[in-house]
Design a protein around this ligand. Structure first.
Ligand code: DAK
Length: 261
């Protein structure tokens, strides 16, 4: 891969978008490599992913404006679909994905972070949806996911004004969960990912599915989705070991059992 790096630390996979000279902007090649990287994740071993950008300055500075500038209508639609397909793959990926946002997260960069389950950022991070200044609408789900995350009023303000916001404001409006000094960001992401990875893996996956699917349904249907995924746990070793060892009061054994589930 030329633009996407992947490494596994324990049960955590780290995907780094690495196109530093263009501030990690997303061109077709990056999107193709991201897609292939996700397909290759070993889900028998890896329990949580971290997505970040190379360098100290930018997470992802958006879709590649140079590549987009000459697109025809049909090509624009194809580019939008390529991005949307990868972003959706991340969103419904069976295991949790943490975005470790280490700088600019503009346009497609903000959008890809919103396809992840959890966002944490460095103190120099900058978020925004600058598309209307470029004569386009957000095209990788920004109009949809931003409104769901921070509410329609704040999403509309950010999108209509194209104004960037800094890390502290992103925290205040709930776009990110936490802000860290740049040099501490990856350690914090890895610690959170390891904390997720040590829990019962099928239960974690079912929680992700229940939250995602439930948010797309009305409450009556959402509760049924939760009931079904809760019920499914009772056919797993996760539940049998988890409860048996809890009742035995043997916490170390629980940890070991989950590690090998
Ligand atoms: N695309 C391509 N190259 C980019 C880029 C981008 N988004 N952002 C930065 N670069 C490149 C710069 O051109 C520059 O390259 P060289 O000139 O060195 O060759 C290099 O990265 C360093 O950038 P700067 O020199 O500009 O660095 P500064 O520190 O001065 O400024 C900046 C950093 C992030 C404030 C600035 O680079 C900037 O404003 N970048 C553009 C940010 C932006 O507007 N992003 C949103 C892009 S629009 C759709 C599908 C997708 C989308 C929309 C529709 N459908 C198909 C419907 C998505 C749209 C977007 O994401």
């Amino acid at each position: 891969m030329e633009f996407v790096l992947y490494e596994v630390k324990g049960q955590v996979g780290i995907i780094t978008i690495s196109r530093e000279k263009a501030l990690n902007a997303l061109n077709s090649a990056v999107l193709d490599e991201l897609d292939k990287t996700l397909d290759a994740v070993d889900l028998d071993n890896v329990r949580c992913l971290i997505l970040t950008g190379a360098g100290q300055k930018s997470f992802v500075a958006g879709a590649d404006i140079g590549e987009m500038s000459t697109l025809t209508k049909a090509e624009g639609e194809a580019f939008g679909k390529k991005g949307n397909d990868v972003f959706r793959k991340l969103e419904v990926f069976p295991i949790p994905v943490i975005a470790a946002i280490n700088g600019f997260a503009l346009g497609g960069g903000c959008e890809i972070s919103m396809s992840c389950d959890i966002r944490i950022c460095s103190d120099n991070a900058v978020f925004g949806q600058p598309e209307v200044g470029l004569g386009i609408t957000p095209g990788f789900g920004g109009t949809q996911r931003l409104a769901r995350l921070v509410g329609p009023g704040m999403a509309k303000q950010m999108i209509y004004t194209a104004r960037n916001i800094k890390a502290d404001e992103a925290l205040r409006i709930g776009l990110v969960n936490a802000v860290y000094p740049q040099e501490e960001l990856m350690a914090a992401a890895e610690k959170m990912a390891a904390g997720i990875a040590k829990n019962a893996p099928i239960a974690v996956r079912n929680c992700k599915k229940a939250i995602n699917d439930g948010l797309e349904a009305g409450m009556d249907d959402a509760i049924v989705i939760e009931e079904k995924l809760f019920g499914d746990c009772f056919e797993t070793e996760d539940q049998k070991y988890g409860m048996a060892f809890f009742l035995d009061k043997n916490k170390e054994k629980v940890k070991e059992a989950f590690k090998n589930c």
